[in-house]
Design a protein around this ligand. Structure first.
Ligand code: UD1
Ligand code: CA
Length: 476
């Protein structure tokens, strides 16, 4: 094993054992009643399988991780390919035992294979290491990871040779259990370590004599015991980490566990999260110390928040980078944007992709931005749309300003230079440039560039008809 010191005593030389991890991810997930492959359903904001891969990659290098794919193989491969892992295709899914049969060639160069389930995302790296080390220490052919569950229903049960020994006689699938066996609370986690040569020497003895007519990997226990090979069990002290996701309710439960754990980890790191049960924070989100997250906030994807920020309630922030000391007032929606330090955003601001808000800038009530760069200290406080716009420093964008960036066919750019003042209710028809320090009179429709330090008026002159209203009323 690359990153641990587990010794493989089964190997005749003194070199460390070559360890691979195989992740079974070829199944359809029939019980979810879904059009999408089970392992791509999301928990903690990313596919279930991505969590398993991330954990496996903490134990062995990505090149030694083999994902067994089959159902919707292309989609599954595309979703996780960037992790650098290897793939084995199980074109027909004839059971977990069959999944390992098709991986024979890929695994042949290794001494030990650790088998993980692509639908069980809570497994921890230290537990995988413990399983691997126990297997090597016991000189076993097969070692299974078990857990005691309050409610073992749905899982295979571990039949030990005697209650006190770690030797296993068999694994019995739920559907095949006797009433007596059904009471066993020690379940098979679906995580195993095998000696590769011994696994493939005997895997041909697996049969399909079961309700699903499948090759069960679980039957390897009895097969190997019959062949006088050593099969042992090691129990995890964190039963929750083996939980799988065969049913929708299980996926939702895993998601809740991951997110609560994420909140707890962030709090350990100095972040205050009020009512963490109401917050949805994805696994890869980063937050600096002393930042306060109010109830009902969603932080998704690759969002990064600095230190000393305050994120007030009901904001949904996706893939956005926020500097230190930023205040996000209630009800903001952000996507793929950047906010520099000490800026204030909201309430009810909508930052669409490519919004880049400068240091100390203010975006206020009902302001929508898309693909903009706003300089240091600039403000757009009320009811405004800014799209495809470059705004300098110290600019004031008055209430109700609209950049008309789209002519029905193409998008055009607006430039507002440093220190410009845009009066309320202006429409800036792009492409247009508002020069440095210039003024736009309120309610102007600006269609031509405005030079620096000028005043531009683009509106009809007001006319006043004295006595007009009085006269109209008297005619009634
Ligand atoms: C399996 C175990 C059960 C254990 C449980 C733990 C078997 C027969 N049973 O049951 O003892 O308690 O896991 O969660 O192994 N897969 C393939 N190819 C296939 C079939 C399945 O790659 O042909 C993959 C699935 O995508 C899944 C994993 O193997 O990621 C486990 O399969 P699943 O059908 O979920 O097994 P369980 O019924 O949960
Ligand atoms: Ca499962």
């Amino acid at each position: 094993m690359a990153k641990t010191s587990a010794k493989n005593s089964s190997s005749s030389t003194n070199r460390p054992p070559r360890v691979a991890i195989a992740i079974m991810a070829a199944g359809k997930g029939t019980r979810l009643k879904s059009r999408h492959p089970k392992v791509l359903h999301e928990v903690g904001g990313k596919p279930i399988l991505s969590h398993v891969i991330a954990t496996a990659a903490k134990v062995v290098p990505a090149k030694d991780i083999f994902i067994i794919i089959g159902h919707e193989a292309d989609r599954v491969r595309a979703a996780v390919a960037s992790s650098g892992v290897q793939f084995v295709v199980q074109a027909e899914q004839r059971g977990t035992g069959h999944a390992l049969m098709v991986a024979q060639e890929a695994l042949a160069p290794y001494d030990q294979v650790i088998v993980l389930s692509g639908d069980a995302p809570l497994i921890r790296p230290d537990t995988i290491q413990k399983l691997s080390a126990f297997h090597a220490g016991q000189k076993a052919t097969m070692t299974l990871l078990s857990a005691d569950l309050e409610d073992p229903s749905g899982y295979g049960r571990v039949i030990r040779k005697t209650a006190s020994s770690s030797d296993v006689r068999a694994i019995v699938e739920e559907k095949a259990t006797s009433p007596q066996q059904k009471k066993i609370r020690e379940i098979n986690s679906g995580f195993y370590a095998f000696s590769v040569p011994a696994l493939y020497k005997h895997i041909g003895s697996l049969g399909t004599d079961n309700v699903h007519r499948e090759y069960y990997l679980t039957d390897m226990a009895a097969v190997l015991v019959h062949a006088r090979q050593k099969v042992v069990v090691v129990k995890t002290s964190h039963p929750a980490e083996v939980l799988g996701s065969n049913k929708r309710s299980e996926i939702v439960d895993l998601d809740a566990r991951l997110r609560l754990e994420k909140c707890q980890q962030l709090m350990e790191e100095g972040v205050t999260i009020f009512y963490p049960q109401t917050c949805v924070i994805d696994s890869d989100v980063e937050i600096g110390a002393d930042t306060v997250i109010e109830p009902f906030v969603q932080l998704r994807g690759k969002t990064k928040i600095g230190a000393d920020c305050r994120i007030r309630s009901y904001s949904v922030i996706q893939d956005t980078e926020i500097g230190d000391g930023v205040v996000v007032l209630p009800g903001c929606v952000m996507d793929d944007s950047r906010i520099a330090r000490n800026a204030t955003v909201g309430p009810y601001s909508r930052l669409r992709p490519g919004s880049d808000i400068g240091e100390g800038a203010h975006l206020g009530n009902f302001v929508e931005t898309k693909k903009i760069k706003m300089g240091k200290g600039s403000k757009a406080n009320h009811l405004t749309y800014l799209g495809d716009t470059e705004i300098g420093e110290g600019v004031n964008v008055g209430a109700g300003t609209i950049t008309c960036n789209y002519d029905g066919v193409h998008k055009h750019k607006t430039v507002i230079e440093d220190g410009a003042f845009i009066g309320s209710d202006s429409t800036l028809v792009a492409p247009v440039r508002i020069g440095k320090g210039s003024y736009i009179a309120a309610a102007s429709c600006i269609t031509e560039d405005v030079p620096a330090d000028a005043l531009a008026l683009g509106r009809a002159r007001q006319t006043v008809k004295e006595g007009w209203a009085r006269e109209k009323k008297s005619q009634k």
